[in-house]
Design a protein around this ligand. Structure first.
Ligand SMILES: C[S@@+](CC[C@H](N)C(=O)[O-])C[C@H]1O[C@@H](n2cnc3c(N)ncnc32)[C@H](O)[C@@H]1O
Length: 253
């Protein structure tokens, strides 16, 4: 009954898929420069890079074109891996320079992960895999968000700010199934995944992993920056940015 009412409200607010253009924020700009900083391309020059959760490969191809020795894009979705491979071919890349797949055994100097940590079904396992793929002096550069308590942390489900926290999962999934056909019955089952990641959970996952923070930066939502602090951070952080390195082994171990 309650699910039914909520579903009807959602239908009234958004009868079809919200026409939110993902990635539109970076139109005409380099997403990598915007998220990772102006010195990013200098850091990856001549390096082997793994782009974990590469999507359609725009950033993988950009890294290969702007100085990386070799870029390996990893994703779980076959359809977008095909699109990524086409993009690399159109960009004139050889597969010794840029290639895509669902896994790799090749070790990397840098593992990059953009806007993907809130999508991995088993992020603890992904941290272990990233660690296993790192050369001894390698680093993992992560940038992701919005996290779950951000006003738009429900991604498509945030039909208005924090809608994903107000409506039940059942009602939101029922509303979504009117225009998406992947058969998802939970947030975690939507194509590409949605794991309800919070900042605190990310910190705990890293603490329990073979990696450790070299740095962690929480970039506030611009309009809420004056309210951004240790208490409000889950609700007011736009982007989580981290540099992870292999955990130092203590002398007693
Ligand atoms: C929002 S997209 C980000 C794509 C790209 N990095 C970007 O910034 O535009 C998240 C990607 O993570 C991928 N993904 C989810 N779970 C994954 C996993 N376990 N391993 C690799 N990729 C995964 C999804 O398929 C999706 O393409």
């Amino acid at each position: 009954m309650l699910t039914d009412i909520q579903y009807r409200i959602l239908k009234r607010i958004s009868p079809g898929a919200p026409d939110r253009c993902s990635g539109g924020a970076y139109e005409g700009k380099s997403k990598l420069t915007a998220l990772m900083g102006a010195d990013f391309f200098a850091k990856i020059t001549g390096k082997v890079v793994i782009d974990f959760g590469c999507g359609e490969g725009a950033e993988s191809v950009e890294m290969a074109q702007r100085g990386a020795k070799r870029v390996i894009g990893i994703d779980i979705r076959e359809d977008i891996l095909r699109a990524a491979t086409n993009r690399a071919l159109l960009g004139g890349m050889k597969d010794t320079e840029c290639l895509f797949g669902s896994s790799t055994n090749e070790l990397a100097d840098v593992v990059v992960s953009l806007d993907s940590f809130e999508h991995f079904a088993d992020p603890a396992e992904i941290l272990r895999v990233m660690h296993a793929l790192l050369r001894p002096t390698g680093e993992v550069l992560v940038s992701f968000g919005p996290t779950w308590y951000h006003p738009l942390g429900g991604h498509l489900f945030s039909v208005f700010p924090w809608a994903h926290l107000i409506f039940s999962e059942k009602a939101l999934i029922r509303w979504r199934s009117d225009f998406k056909t992947d058969g998802a019955t939970r947030f975690s089952e939507v194509a590409g995944g949605l794991n309800q990641m919070t900042i605190t959970r990310f910190e705990k996952l890293v603490a329990g992993s073979p990696l450790e923070f070299a740095s962690l930066e929480l970039v506030p939502i611009r309009k809420l920056r004056h309210f951004h602090n240790g208490i409000t951070r889950e609700f007011t952080t736009a982007i989580v940015r981290a540099r992870l390195i292999r955990r130092a082994v203590s002398a007693s171990q």
